[in-house]
Design a protein around this ligand. Structure first.
Ligand SMILES: O=P(O)(O)OC[C@@]1(O)O[C@H](CO)[C@@H](O)[C@@H]1O
Length: 308
């Protein structure tokens, strides 16, 4: 199975409104509620691609109960979440008629030292059955800032390829622990390296420890800097919609491509097509399959393999 870690799970609420105007009140035209947090979205997309996915992280309180109940109805995703005393957060995405999205993310529960050590033990057991692992999203309060660095090291010790998708100081420390892949967006990459030129910044992130860097460049696609070469993948057309979860679908594309041993250009094409197809789906963790299948063969990948 492919393991995804979401330490700060969330019940994702999506509100549709006609227009979003700050400092005014709004009538919501549609509400959806889904189990969320980045790794849960990654797992749903992996399952839809035919991979067995197991999710772990923390869950608790009333929102946690709703999240688990909905997750149990998701085919292909195994729930290995750890119950805690705190309450799982909610996130709210407000989507207007043009698809523009405003995101409000609660900070999440406080995790106790005992809960954090129980998680680390459970994670090491799960790694024994994993073909790859993704570490995704923000950290809840109480989890140390170097948490991902430790989880990367444990995956490397267990010989399980590890992808890291986070930001800020947890990303900086995680990169230094030498993950197989990091997937920052352009802003996160610039914050990590100080460079606003994505290719140079990706090269710098590799020097800091990541074996491969895949930077998402929004509607412009993705860029990969790896030991095997460097490539740029561009979608055939710009799609407008709700971008929440597009990065998570890219992670699912990269991870599935890794375990299927696809060459990098094919992995990137899959990741870019899945991201684009997610923008057209109403909520994170879902994608429009017909659009994905149409786009995957049309993604333009340029670049070159390194000399052997
Ligand atoms: O606060 P984080 O952990 O960085 O991100 C959480 C989140 O906004 O990311 C997903 C979309 O990528 C949503 O499902 C989720 O609620």
């Amino acid at each position: 199975m492919i393991l995804t870690v979401t330490l700060n799970t969330a019940l994702d609420i999506t509100y549709r409104v006609r227009n979003l105007t700050p400092h005014t009140s709004h009538r919501v035209t549609e509400v959806t509620e889904r189990p969320g947090g980045k790794g849960l979205n990654v797992a749903r997309v992996l399952a839809a691609l035919g991979h067995e996915a197991t999710v772990t992280g923390f869950v608790g309180g009333t929102t946690g109960r709703v999240l688990r109940e909905q997750l149990s109805r998701t085919t292909g995703v195994v729930d290995a979440l750890l119950p805690i005393a705190g309450t799982t957060r909610r996130t709210v995405a407000v989507v207007d008629a043009t698809g523009d999205t405003t995101q409000l993310n609660e900070p999440g529960p406080a995790v106790t030292p005992a809960e954090w050590s129980a998680f680390q033990e459970a994670y090491e057991h799960l790694l024994a059955d994993a073909s790859a692992v993704a570490l995704c999203g923000s950290l809840p309060q109480g989890v140390p800032v170097g948490a991902y660095a430790g989880l990367v090291r444990a995956a490397r010790t267990a010989n399980v390829p590890v992808l890291l998708d986070t930001s800020g100081e947890p990303l900086r420390r995680g990169v230094a622990a030498r993950p197989d892949v990091v997937k920052p967006n352009a802003e996160e990459l610039a914050e990590l390296t100080g460079s606003h030129e994505p290719f140079r910044a990706a090269r710098d992130a590799r020097r800091r420890g990541a074996h491969a860097v895949v930077a998402s460049l929004g509607a412009e696609g993705q860029l990969a800097h790896t030991a095997e070469g460097h490539w740029r993948a561009t979608p055939p057309r710009r799609l407008r919609g709700n971008p929440t979860g597009a990065g998570d679908s890219a992670v699912a594309g990269l991870l599935s491509g890794l375990v299927e041993r696809l060459p990098w250009p094919e992995r990137l094409a899959r990741a870019v097509a899945l991201s684009a197809a997610t923008v057209l789906a109403p909520v994170a963790g879902e994608f429009d399959r017909a659009v994905y299948e149409e786009l995957v063969g049309q993604v333009r990948v340029t670049g070159e393999a390194s000399a052997a």
